[in-house]
Design a protein around this ligand. Sequence first.
Ligand code: ADP
Length: 529
Amino acid sequence: MLGGMQDWQLRLSGLIDHAAREHGQREIVTYWADGSESRSNWGELRQMALRMVQALRRVGLRPSDRVGTLAMNHVHHLASWFGVTGAGGVLHTINPRLFDEQLEYIINHADDRVLLYDAAFQPIVDRLRARLPKVEHFICFDDGAFADWIATEDGDTAWEPGGERDPAMLCYTSGTTGNPKGVLYEHRSTILHAMAAVAPSVANLEPRSAIFPIVPLFHAAAWGLPWAGASVGAKFVFSAVNEPARLCELMRREGATHVAGVPTVWLGIFQHLDATGQDLPPFSQAISGGSAFPPAMVERLLRAGVRITHAWGMTETSPIATTSYETEGWDALSLAEQVRYKASQGRAVFGSEVRAVDLDDPARVLPRDGTSAGALQVRGFWCIKRYFKAESDAAQAPEQWFDTGDVAIIHPDGTVQLTDRTKDVIKSGGEWISSVDLENAAIGHPGVAEAAAIGVAHPRWDERPILVVVKKDGAEVEAAELIRFLSTKVAKWWLPDAVEFVDEIPHTGTGKISKKDLRERFRDYRLST
Ligand code: ADP
């Protein structure tokens, strides 16, 4: 028997239609790299996207063809999200911070036919052009080129029809090992993720929200915020430059209510505020994800009265899978307890399921006992089945559990606590040391700006942790004192055997500490015994 409801396919064009119809005047503000400012709105954005649909058809784009974007956050980039998917194409957001070889691989692997790029990335395009034989059209977002490209169109057309399981968006993981891998989101999975993201327990969005995604549009769909924000017609603030002073000024000026960034972004903002003696700009909701959120940062935001959504996920999970949502009894918790919970990766959002399995015997599902650490697996409505162009998805069948490569403890209440990446765990004398816990503890020291723990070879214990530290500007910290500080926070045998002070810790293209580069740098490190 069939149910009695209407036949609507979950298509992304529905989002922009709704935003333009119900919230057409709601602003989309861009601060461009050259310091200028432009103000648009959902109504205009829809027109721009429809003209883009015509322009893409003009150059022969067929459904499912890929269009790459190599761009920072701005209104034209956002318009292309709706224009490309509205034309039935696949929007391929590319991280411009990747190496040339990775960019070349990704763009060719994706078979991008059109590449839209910022003038700031003209040098990348010039370097790679000859190595990208499949790209037929290179269109610069700036200098009037993009405007000219759609100027001849009138926007009087309809979105490309299609089904909800059609592909909509392609994102590559940065590929810390081997070649990057593409994750092909569908219209349906993206809409379901957007609807989930609106909830108070996730991004907490409503039409009054003014969202400032400092997370780039090219990083895991900017955590889905553009789609989710369209579904409520929220205001958007974009900055094409991520300079902390500018970000803080924008937050104040544009009345941002929701600010989303990776921990490195928050670190930059806090350092700027400390250096200039300014207060945190007023906003109500912080969203962080992508790497561990150090408790010291959590505490600072909570003390300022900011609500925090700390999300865990991956490109492969669209990306949000768990968030640190409040549950009953939250208000009665002490600040320390609230900080501890918010610094964890939180609980599964409806639509995603998680479990931990034994690291050596994946057939053994670990209990949610708050102590057993295992390989974290995930599945759900917006979770990957197979990588783009992969031969099969047999590995996951029939239960569809996806291996995240993360190591986690799951608590009896379902709280996920990430302790490491499978490849970053430090194993000392057969026992694991959580590099994440060490780093979090170190960041709690007032003189430490950033810290990374890695394992180095040790004749007796196989591996021992060393801590690589960037001091805060002007701070005096010494190794012995830092170790004393850590000894009040972690088990004695976890204490790093050495502390190395450096000017800078290497980061990946998505702003995460690059353990791979650090391990490389300290490969021949000899511990004094
Ligand atoms: P990349 O392209 O850098 O791989 P992803 O966003 O796909 O970007 O990376 C996903 C990984 O990032 C996760 O598997 C996990 O290791 C890490 N990560 C994401 N969110 C968190 C978080 N809240 N806390 C700790 N680690 C996180």
